[in-house]
Design a protein around this ligand. Structure first.
Ligand code: LLP
Length: 410
């Protein structure tokens, strides 16, 4: 049975009761949905030794990470702080891939000393790594495959002008540095972008990996990165994960024959695992009619959900308090002193002050990209798990906001 378009319950727990118990604004996640997304990937890639390395940056709450751990999968971390959070969630160092971008070598060393494998993102980092560790620590190399793909320019990261990875055209330099320091390269990695629909893009990425891989005799895995697209509105296409799994696995198995050894296939989904599991519930503070537009002001804004502002992202929104009301067009706006339009020109069932609105697809890059702009507090988070609502992050308090300020005696 497919999920209702505008859920009022998650696992039998009403969203309204969650808002009443824990207040608004609040992020709510459906743990069952995360587990079912993991299973969908495991099924789609059933013919290869798959390892999911969940992209922690999408949603890094420790309880969410524990669900991934419980499902037997690993994580990708992009900062030493994410590495530490993953360890707190119970991941062994060996289950964590560390994919930094342009960080100080001290941070890389910190990760290596913890036993975490590093994904080397530049020739200069390879040099530093080789100087210090030689062949004593296994490493991965992030290749820039020169593929233009992704939902918008900001999240297309595998093209020739992107800062990420080492250009595939610099393969000879990579090989020289590997040879110079005898670095033990056990994996090659690409991440082409986010919101990628087409299976062909993952296959093209795979071909770049395969061509490069033949030069590295010690590989144990190839990492295809993340980027599977999810649906943001009804009728919106999402990546056909069964098709990607079947096509990529077939090509991968064929490559392994040629390579002469069975490798692991790694993927790093963020959105695919958590986007649709998440809901941001807000309360309406005002309804303002102007000669042209009816605005609904809510107790949230770009400080809690920046995706609409940053990427023109579309987040479906519905009126939980009045599901049967007469539909009207509204602009849903935040309380931040910026033009923080969260949803433009949307048909919502008649909204009045005090209604609860729900933003969908709020699981990925929602709270993890939130801020304290306008000195506003971050929301609480709730995980619905085994039919119960659990608070997994307390709402920030005013004291949290100022606790690190050092006030001068002026
Ligand atoms: N692996 C690496 C190395 C990445 O940089 C990313 C995302 C992923 C995996 C996961 O990609 P996903 O499966 O979530 O598409 N904040 C943007 C998305 C930026 C993604 C950055 N890297 C958004 O909200 O659309």
């Amino acid at each position: 049975m497919s999920a209702p378009q505008h859920p009022i319950h998650l696992q039998g727990v009403s969203l309204e009761s969650i808002a009443q118990e824990f207040g608004t604004p609040i992020y709510v996640y459906d743990g069952e949905k995360i587990v079912s997304q993991i299973k969908a990937l495991q099924t789609a890639f059933a013919t290869v030794p798959l390892k999911i390395k969940y992209a922690t940056k999408a949603l890094s709450n420790i309880s969410i990470l524990k669900l991934v751990k419980k499902a037997g999968e690993g994580v990708d971390a992009v900062s030493i702080e994410e590495v530490r959070i993953c360890m707190l969630a119970g991941f062994a160092a060996s289950e964590i891939m560390y994919t930094p971008s342009g960080v100080n070598f001290r941070e890389v060393q910190e990760a290596v000393e913890l036993g975490v494998m590093v994904n080397l993102d530049s020739i200069s980092l390879m040099e530093e790594f080789g100087e210090v560790y030689g062949n004593t620590k296994p490493a991965c190399i992030r290749i820039n495959p020169h593929i233009m793909a992704g939902g918008n320019a900001k999240i297309s990261v595998g093209h020739i002008q992107s800062k990420f990875g080492i250009s595939i055209q610099q393969l000879h330099e990579i090989l020289e540095v590997v040879e110079k320091y005898k670095i033990k390269i056990v994996g090659l990695h690409i991440h082409t972008g986010s919101d990628i629909l087409d299976a062909e893009i993952f296959l093209r990425g795979g071909n770049v990996l395969f061509e490069a891989a033949i030069n590295f005799p010690d590989l144990t895995f190839l990492d295809f990165g993340g980027g599977f697209k999810v649906a943001y509105k009804s009728g919106d296409p999402s990546t056909d994960i069964a098709e990607v799994g079947a096509k990529v696995s077939a090509a991968f198995n064929e490559f392994c024959e040629k390579y002469g050894r069975k490798l692991e296939l790694w993927i790093e989904p963020g959105k695919f695992l958590v986007s649709e599991s998440g809901y941001l519930i807000v309360e309406t503070n005002m309804v303002k009619k102007t000669p042209q537009i009816t605005f609904v002001g809510v107790d949230s804004g770009l400080n809690h959900l920046i995706r609409p502002m940053m990427y023109d992202a579309y987040h479906d929104v519905y009126n939980l308090s009045n599901p049967e009301g007469q539909p009207h067009p509204y602009n849903v706006v935040g309380y931040i002193c910026e033009t923080d339009t969260l949803a433009k020109d949307r048909m919502l069932s008649s909204v009045s002050k005090g209604n609860l609105l729900v933003f969908k697809n709020a699981g990925a890059y929602g709270i993890s990209m939130s801020s304290n702009y306008n000195s506003r507090l971050r929301p609480a988070e709730v995980l619905v798990w085994e039919g119960k609502a659990h608070l997994i992050r307390k709402r920030e308090q005013f004291e949290d906001l100022i606790k690190n300020q050092v006030v001068l005696d002026i």
